[in-house]
Design a protein around this ligand. Structure first.
Ligand SMILES: Nc1ncnc2c1ncn2[C@@H]1O[C@H](COP(=O)(O)OP(=O)(O)OP(=O)(O)O)[C@@H](O)[C@H]1O
Ligand SMILES: [Mg+2]
Length: 279
């Protein structure tokens, strides 16, 4: 049985579609939060990479960790004693963002080991409770497969955001994801269930008829998915500059300060900062 006592916002970016924008959202929201203040202090953000692909390191401009001990898989082991393997990023901009990086092979092995571990799905939640991070908010970048690592993310999170691409398969993909969410939250006896903050349509091109069509259908789809609390966020437009920015290890805001797509995160950022108590 899980007993999540920590009240800190732990936001999991979850989607069963590869390339939908999970890592992009994780890094950009980390930036949006880190530039705010909690009381008189800069908001500090912990970014955890639960995806064996480890693209969060690239998006944050970090080298991959040199050993498994320095990667997030160490947190999901029985030997973990509270020494979180976190590396700061974007320090030259005065931001307090720390990253728990993933290394492919150790994290894949960890995911396998979770299957036979009696607390498998709860290990991350347990360690966040037993060895609390000091950050004001934690963001978890999740893999696109709905497996053990995502169960760990689900059990550890207080909130969930779902990025989607505006493609015909997105509705069925979101339905599968929601099925996973409801079944697993119930099986894991999560109390309360992490709150689904909403769906974020990403890579929107206004000149694509199909994008506009699906966008129009989204409120109906969300209702059909029986998501009373879910909210469809404003679209994040398509721009090649997102790839360029992530290649440079930066959020778009630090790469092209005046790029119009920076404003696309405004509503998400304001909801999140309110949640975290940041200004
Ligand atoms: N709004 C956007 N416009 C254009 N390109 C984007 C946008 N958002 C993300 N991308 C690019 O699309 C690719 C996939 O994005 P991202 O890595 O964030 O998705 P993901 O869901 O984390 O993928 P994966 O499932 O592989 O982890 C990246 O190259 C990223 O730079
Ligand atoms: Mg990713």
């Amino acid at each position: 049985m899980s007993n999540k006592k920590h009240k800190k916002v732990v936001l999991a970016i979850l989607s069963n579609a590869g390339g939908s924008g999970k890592t992009t959202l994780a890094t950009h929201l980390a930036y949006e939060l880190a530039r705010c203040k909690v009381g008189h202090h800069p908001c500090s953000v912990g970014l955890l990479d639960l995806d064996p692909q480890g693209s969060l390191s690239l998006f944050c401009g970090l080298e991959k960790p040199s050993t498994a001990e320095k990667s997030i898989s160490s947190v999901l082991s029985d030997d973990f004693s509270g020494d979180w393997p976190l590396v700061p990023c974007w320090t030259e901009f005065g931001l307090k963002v720390e990253v728990g990086q993933s290394l492919q092979q150790p994290l894949l092995k960890t995911a396998d080991d979770l299957v036979n571990h009696p607390r498998g799905p709860y290990l991350l939640a347990d360690n966040l409770q037993d060895y609390p991070l000091t950050h004001d908010v934690i963001i978890i970048d999740c893999p696109a497969t709905l497996g053990r690592l995502n169960l760990a993310a689900l059990a550890a999170s207080t909130h969930i955001l779902i990025p989607i691409q505006l493609e015909p398969k997105s509705a069925s993909g979101a339905a599968e994801l929601l099925q996973f969410y409801f079944i697993e939250c119930r099986r894991l006896r999560l109390e309360p269930y992490p709150q689904i903050m909403g769906i974020v349509p990403n890579q929107y091109r206004s000149d694509q008829a199909i994008h506009n069509e699906i966008l129009e259908q989204l409120p109906t789809i969300i209702r059909q998915l029986q998501l009373p609390d879910a909210y469809c966020y404003p679209t994040i437009r398509f721009s090649y500059e997102f790839s360029n920015a992530s290649g440079a290890g930066l959020p778009l805001h630090l790469y092209r300060k005046k790029h119009p797509a920076c404003k696309d995160f405004a509503k998400l950022a304001s909801d999140l900062t309110a949640l975290v108590g940041a200004k």
